[in-house]
Ligand binder design. Structure first.
Ligand code: ADP
Ligand code: 5GP
Length: 188
């Protein structure tokens, strides 16, 4: 069995966070890397759980110190994957990253043999918008901004190793668990 860096991407509101929580709760051999961000926490988000919420000043210092495996800017905020955590965990387990398409492709470039890219897509754009507004975490403008980025993200699907439609949550979870199982068994 090999330890793999699994990257889950997909448009905001497609269900990535929900799926990742289910995967982690059912597989103790999988660990999620918590990213750093300069965006403000949403209601209910806890520092160190969803993200490490840090200042832009601190983020820039950490970029300079090469502390991020990859980082990117979205919607005016920085997001980055802590390098040391991922490298340390990969010695013992498989690691899950929930990051955007640019970050995913950067991770694949850095660790091509170890990285498996999974894109989660919505059954339809209408359903995506419904989920995003049902979550109620964004104001009208932020919601529109996120919807504008969707087409770009979905267009990157051919660059991914797997594309999974998140229609029924349980079905999606099983499909991804099967991908994880198969990929860990591959000998490369
Ligand atoms: P993301 O992390 O991709 O931004 P979330 O996990 O926050 O998305 O999911 C957005 C909303 O959609 C949440 O309210 C979640 O409960 C809901 N959701 C997730 N998966 C499904 C699904 N398969 N069917 C219906 N609703 C879903
Ligand atoms: P949100 O603000 O909705 O939590 O996330 C906005 C976007 O940032 C999402 O597309 C999410 O996948 C992405 N993201 C979260 N963490 C990281 C990270 O560490 N690196 C990169 N490149 N993107 C991230």
């Amino acid at each position: 069995m090999r330890n793999v860096l699994f990257v889950i991407s997909g448009p905001s509101g497609v269900g990535k966070g929900t799926i990742v929580d289910l995967l982690l709760s059912e597989d103790s051999d999988l660990v999620e890397s918590v990213s750093c961000t300069t965006r403000a926490p949403r209601a209910g988000e806890v520092n160190g759980r969803e993200y490490f919420f840090i200042t832009e000043h601190e983020f820039r210092d950490r970029i300079a110190a090469n502390d991020f495996l990859e980082y990117d800017e979205h919607f005016g905020n920085f997001y980055g994957t802590p390098r040391s955590f991922v490298e340390r965990c990969l010695k013992e387990k498989s690691v899950l990253l929930e990051i955007d398409v640019v970050g995913a492709l950067n991770a694949k470039r850095l660790m091509p043999e170890r990285t498996v890219l999974i894109m989660v897509t919505p059954p339809s754009l209408q359903e995506l918008e419904r989920r995003l507004s049902a979550r109620g975490s964004e104001g009208e403008e932020a919601l529109k901004e996120r919807m504008r980025r969707v087409r770009y993200e979905l267009d990157q699907a051919p660059l991914y190793d797997y594309v999974v439609v998140n229609d029924d949550l349980q079905r999606t979870k099983h499909e991804i668990q099967e991908i994880i199982r198969k990929e860990k068994e591959k000998s490369i």
